[in-house]
Design a binder for this molecule. Structure first.
Ligand code: HEM
Length: 487
């Protein structure tokens, strides 16, 4: 009994002792009014934030107006926030322009964490899973063969393949979302994709992001913002029309995600009365999937070819592996465990060029901590995946393209790879993207030898252009057909 009394007394007196306050987050000096705004306008933001990590460490803060941002630069601190403490950091910061492109925060990617968002994400996740199990492999195979035809038609001339990769990725996601009928992308859908790309590009422009930080600017005429509004209206009109068309069909294709979502909506209304999901959720989920599923995968394929031009012997090793293991046939996704050199190539490209280099900003939904630092509610968290993937404490010679690091016992380091983020906000299309990257890369490298057009001088510039998606600067390449191998 006395020990209980003693510990009670100890607790009572301890509350009067001076507490050691948690350490302050390091960061560059913040200027009056604008804070560290200038740091955020850097041309290649992921590289700049990674450079700052060398000075301030794996976790540091930046100020922007009233907002404090915390940048995380190692997979350890990113995992702590996104995976271990996911429920503290699953929010998204509210923004004026984000609200406009997400139909009032109704997309999954920009919607804040709450009951409605969870029900929405569950609905889309199960529709995506159902549809992928039924048709994803076939859809990708058909598009990979179509891409092969397109490359064959170039007859060995030097071309920029970025548009072809975009069309291939866009056809996969459009077919999944709207059904087989739309497999050969209709002109209407091409218009939709053009419009979505324009929205992403405009939204990444400083003319638009300035409106979030400086509300007074919203009163001034802004032609870039006017264009954004026009494109959003166009996008919504096209999607609304597609959904209405779909609903009016007699023979609805339940394999398409749209069908599955609408069906799931009915089921949801019958079983869950706490949150109300409506057509707007189906509409905005369509936007999420079409945007998330096109430029990311296409950019990664383009990076893969660019890196291979710099290290042709890697291309030779992948080709030899494909020939030996597959004996002439085309690969299936289930072959991936027997194709370690190909998988190492894909992992290395995802490591060096995570195409969503700063993920999507998170928001602390309650007071919490990361790496021992106090993080107050509403702090914006920037997971710098680009920086984490070149952390010298994890990766030797981190800036070099070396797929071999994932072979010969290096497989363990895949834990430090976070190209799809993690936790509650893990990329919704991770499994779609992984299958696409595997099959497209395997088909391309089985059938073509990629060579630079003329001389070493024309090798692609590997620094990249960073916006929402990290893309390689445009380059040309010759896709020389490999000799036909009979299975
Ligand atoms: C979110 C990466 C392909 C749909 C994300 C995030 C990353 C990412 C880093 C942010 C995670 C976070 O906030 O912590 C990638 C990469 C891809 C890819 C590297 C391809 C190589 C796709 C595809 C789809 C997709 C194919 C759709 C089919 C989404 C959606 C979100 C998202 C909807 C928002 C998730 C949420 O906020 O809960 N992706 N992605 N992504 N991605 Fe992907």
């Amino acid at each position: 009994k006395s020990t209980v009394v003693e510990s009670g007394l100890l607790q009572y007196f301890c509350q009067f002792l001076p507490r050691s306050s948690p350490p302050c987050l390091p960061g560059p000096p913040s200027l009056f009014l604008i804070g560290n705004m200038m740091e955020l306008t850097h041309e290649h933001l992921p590289i700049h934030l990674t450079d700052l990590a060398q000075r301030y460490g794996n976790i540091y803060r930046l100020k922007c107006g009233n907002t404090t941002m915390v940048v995380l630069n190692s997979s350890e601190v990113i995992r702590e926030a996104l995976v271990k403490k996911w429920s503290d950091f699953a929010g998204r910061p509210a923004s004026y322009t984000g609200d406009i492109v997400s139909g009032g925060g109704h997309t999954i990617s920009l919607g804040d964490y709450n009951e409605e968002w969870r029900a929405h994400r569950r609905l889309v996740h199960s529709a995506l899973q159902r549809c992928c199990q039924k048709s994803l492999h076939d859809v990708i195979e058909r598009q990979a063969l179509h891409l092969r035809e397109v490359l064959m038609d170039y007859q060995g001339s030097a071309v920029d393949l970025s548009e072809d990769f975009t069309v291939a990725a866009s056809n996969v996601i459009t077919t999944l979302v709207f059904g087989k009928k739309y497999e050969k992308s209709s002109s209407e859908l091409q218009k939709l994709h053009g419009c979505l790309n324009e929205i992403v590009a405009l939204w990444g422009s400083p003319w638009i992001s300035a409106l979030d930080s400086f509300p007074l600017l919203r009163k001034l005429p802004n032609p870039v913002f006017a264009r954004l509004l026009k494109e959003v209206a166009k996008r919504d009109e096209i999607i609304r029309e597609h959904l209405n068309n779909y609903k009016s069909q007699d023979n609805k294709n339940e394999d398409a995600i749209t069908g599955s979502l609408l069906q799931g909506l009915d089921k949801h209304h019958n079983t869950d009365h706490r949150v109300c999901l409506t057509d707007i959720h189906v509409h905005m989920a369509t936007v999420d999937l079409l945007i998330g599923g096109t430029e990311t995968t296409a950019a990664l394929l383009n990076w893969t070819v660019a890196f291979l031009l710099h290290r042709p012997e890697v291309q030779g090793k992948v080709y030899d592996e494909l020939c030996t293991v597959l004996e002439g046939r085309y690969p299936k996704y289930s072959d991936r465990h027997r194709l370690p050199v190909l998988c190492a190539l894909i992992n290395e490209v995802l490591r060096l060029r995570p195409v969503a280099p700063l993920a999507v900003p998170h928001r602390a939904i309650r007071d919490s901590s990361i790496a021992g630092y106090f993080i107050p509610k509403n702090t914006v968290i920037i997971p710098n995946l680009f920086g984490a993937h070149r952390d010298p404490a994890v990766w030797s010679d981190p800036s070099s393209f070396k797929p071999e690091r994932f072979l010969e016992g290096g497989g363990n380091s895949t834990r430090a790879l976070l190209p799809f983020g993690g936790g509650a906000r893990l990329c919704l299309g991770e499994s779609v993207a992984k299958m696409e990257l595997f099959l497209f890369t395997a088909y391309l490298l089985r059938d073509f030898h990629f060579i630079p057009p003329e001389s070493e001088a024309s090798l692609p510039d590997l620094r990249g252009v960073a916006s929402v998606v990290l893309k390689v600067k445009s380059y040309t390449v010759t896709a020389r057909p490999r000799p036909v191998t009979n299975p």
